[in-house]
Design a protein around this ligand. Sequence first.
Ligand code: NDP
Length: 310
Amino acid sequence: MIQTDVVIIGTGAAGLTAAIYCARANMSPIVLEGHEPGGQLTTTTDVENFPGFPEGISGPLLMEHMKNQAMRFGAKLIPTMAINAKLSSRPFVVDLENGEQIKAQTVIISTGASAKYLGLAHEKELIGKGVSACATCDGFFYKGKIVHVAGGGDTAIEEATFLARFASKVYLIHRRDKLRASKPMQERIFNNPKVEIIWNTIIKELKFDDQGLNGLLVENTQTHETTLRKTDGFFLGIGHQPNTAFLNHQITLNPQGFIVTQNGPETNIPGVFAAGDVQDPYYRQAISAAGSGCMSAIKAERFLEEHGRI
Ligand code: NDP
């Protein structure tokens, strides 16, 4: 059994910032990298709004820098997932996918949020065969092709805009007649000649053959008319689900499944803190995730000072 002052679960901007602060505070953090080391920023291209990079920086490079910075101060990164956590008493015990266990005085949960899917038949098995939730990962494969994107928020607009760099035509399918996305993002899409919005439309079925996805059966919500739309690719842009399943409802979640925090990163369990998108349905920015990671580290350190080690 590994013993530590603090285990940090997740290595997005929140987890790695927490790791930097905990390591510099001599807490020897154990950091669980998860299935997507570096988090959502590893699936973006240029990050132009992270302070300190006037020319912008690529998401993966930014995360690489954060990881190296955390390791320089002694954070220990383990390439595994937390599959269960016993949080009813301290020291907390976290079960790892690799079979090991960690006994920790404090826990920082920074597991982020994962892309949502529509729940259509064959949707998951067609991932990589025409279905994707990451334009920046897969957009390149759709050079000169026709793609459809589902959603009407900033994620969908970002995906559609990115795909328009490669695809011959991008159709954005939205279930309403108004976009949820912010005004500047909306302008971006309205001004892109390669993107066309299909309003008031839902996707009913995915059509495919041995080669993968080739069409979408869609329905107009006003007329209830169904249409078969040919497509080479289909991208989900309908939001994200916080990654909290391994907690087994031991921590208070809001109705959307985000961890409820107070006084910054405090959860309902003293000594367990949450940072980043797993507790933030609102800002969801790299810089706000990093900021909450910093707060969770400082809180964990002060918790240990006040409550001691058990
Ligand atoms: P949102 O929840 O904002 O938007 C989700 C979109 O998907 C909505 O338009 C919603 O439709 C639609 N949708 C949800 N479920 C379904 C479904 N089952 N079927 C069809 N459509 C569905 O999520 P985002 O990920 O877009 O954004 C989340 C947050 O992250 C926001 O605060 C956003 O501003 C931020 N963000 C910022 C970015 C940036 O600034 N560059 C980039 C990406 C995200 P409806 O509108 O009808 O509810």
